[in-house]
Design a protein around this ligand. Structure first.
Ligand code: KG4
Ligand code: ZN
Length: 336
């Protein structure tokens, strides 16, 4: 069976095609809106919706072209309809429904966070072993920082998450305080890796929030950095670097401490991390025994959605939905 998957939950227009019989990814296309968002210093939901109107047809067309398939040769269409920016989700949902309808094929909706959660299985499409179940898994991105106990394929429990900002949001907001352009996470990572010393990383002792097990909080850290910034000379690059390095260390320590604790509580050996922040090289250095998908599959993509659909299909649970299906901004659906 050939499945075309679409993701438009945030500021990337993504489309991918998977062949479930060959267990192969036929295409994997991402059109990022990051350049349009830079001048606003962050994501503007209205702009993201408009960018999807331009980016999605291009991404879908390209995904079909690379897979050498016509829309009528796709057996099933899938799209993420929750959680995310509601306008952005509605563009992707309308587009995918229309394609399925006009091609006379069924369509289904999936959860974006669940797709991130099982993205470590993308490695099996290249013939590699998946990390062994059970997992403690963390989806750590610009919009989410959530921990799950993943028992097996499509069987998992939500354990906890951030009480305020997501870790990626903390990177981006702290970057803004330091006059770094959006998204600041990858810039801080690269700058600290290339130029910071261990002394820079330890220069400022920003707080690592002591929350309940499986939960995070990053708003106190953001406030601590903003208070320090007021006392600092931002024209001195060495000082900005030390602030960035120390803030990154605090965000990552908070993640590492909580995740190792969750593993200990549950007695689970395998730790997997995914989502944009899982690209971070210092985080990977701090957790050498953990599993991280390749960076391209940590950030938003439709390959993970196609793979999740293939997993549902494998269990005969990829059910065709009604044409009146809608989208939801909330992530609560996964927390049942
Ligand atoms: O998963 P993603 O592409 O989009 C969603 O938020 O769903 O994640 C984007 C977030 C941004 O906040 C970005 O700053 C952060 O992930 N990010 C990083 C790195 N790469 C992306 N944060 C730290 N280090 C990185 N290398
Ligand atoms: Zn995401």
């Amino acid at each position: 069976m050939k499945i075309l998957a679409v993701d438009s939950s945030c500021d990337e227009s993504c489309a991918a095609v998977i062949d479930t019989t060959q267990w192969k990814l036929l295409s994997d296309v991402v059109h990022s809106h990051v350049d349009s968002m830079k001048k606003f210093g962050g994501i503007v939901p209205e702009i993201a919706s408009r960018e999807h109107l331009k980016g999605l047809p291009l991404a879908i067309h390209e995904a079909l072209e690379i897979a050498k398939l016509k829309p009528t040769e796709i057996d099933h269409y899938v799209v993420t309809n929750r959680p995310g920016l509601i306008g952005a989700l509605l563009v992707g949902l309308s587009f995918t429904k229309s394609l399925a309808f006009s091609s006379g094929k069924p369509f289904s909706t999936l959860n974006h966070i669940e797709a991130h959660l099982y993205s470590p299985l993308l490695t099996t499409l290249d013939g590699n072993e998946a990390p062994p179940f059970p997992w403690v898994a963390c989806v750590v991105s610009g919009g989410h920082t959530e921990i799950f106990h993943v028992e097996s394929l499509l069987k998992y429990t939500w354990l906890g998450g951030t009480l305020d900002d997501a870790a990626g949001e903390a990177f981006d907001k702290i970057g803004k305080l330091l006059n770094l352009s959006y998204p600041a996470g990858p810039k801080i990572d690269k700058w600290v890796r290339e130029s910071a010393t261990p002394a820079d990383r330890g220069r400022y002792r920003f707080p690592r929030a002591k929350t309940e097990a499986h939960h995070f909080s990053f708003s106190g850290l953001k406030t601590a950095v903003s208070l320090q910034v007021k006392k600092s000379d931002l024209s001195n690059q060495a000082e900005v670097l030390a602030l960035a390095a120390s803030a990154q260390e605090a965000i990552l320590d908070a993640l590492v401490i909580k995740l190792l604790h969750s593993q200990q509580i549950l007695g689970v050996n395998t730790l997997v991390l995914t989502g944009g922040v899982a690209c971070n090289s210092r985080l990977r250095e701090k957790l050498p025994q953990s599993y991280f998908p390749i960076p391209k599959h940590c950030t938003d993509n439709a390959a993970m959605v196609a793979l999740l659909a293939a997993c549902y299909a494998k269990q005969n649970r990829l059910v065709a939905e009604d044409w009146n299906t809608t989208a939801y901004p909330s992530g609560n659906l996964i927390k049942n």
